[in-house]
Write a new protein. Sequence first.
Length: 237
Amino acid sequence: MTVSKWMHAGTVLKMNALNYPDKLGCQDKYKSFTFREWNERACRLANALQGMGVGYGERVAILSYNRVEWMDIYAACAKGGQVAVPILFRLGPQDFEYIVNHAGCKAFIVEAPFVESVDSIRHSLATIPAANFIWLGEGTAPAGYRHYEDVLKAGSPQEPDLMVDAKDAWTIMYTSGTTGKPKGVVRSHECNIAHYLLSNINTGVLPTDKPLLVMPTCHVNSVYYSFCYTCVAAPRR
């Protein structure tokens, strides 16, 4: 088996945590994390998912508006070998059901505004154990959900004890489905890293940059234009 020569985003984040531990790594309007804090959160989530039975190569669905936890989730899946399945928040419950079942997701991270919609089709999500619904929001998690921050607390802050190859899948991005059902497009770590390097060369990205991510974080372009800054130790906002 040929091993990829590329690092993946989880390794890039680990190196930034070692070299620039106190530098701002990512933030949103309400929260900010240094590279060390961000890396620890990603490790905790990756390990917690493993403890929930969501292992290497297994899929995690995410339904949320833009918030800094997206950066935890993408980095965690890179570190733990899980595959992130972002769901566009403009879709409806039947679309959520199709994507989650089609991808065979083993966990579902749901932001507070979407709980009612997810609960309406929850009985049809056959691949997700009842204990693997994770709530993303402030305050107390609703019945049937584990609070995202509690999940992180349950996970080890150490780097996951496995080797993720950059040839492996990192995300499954679902198309708009204009000519039929949405198609799950599997994207590897190395195809994204190659894009980051080209973007950084073409646009002259610098470690002193502090870009604002304005497009939906569930969209492929957010994956394209977020971690490219992480590759040069620039923060994401």
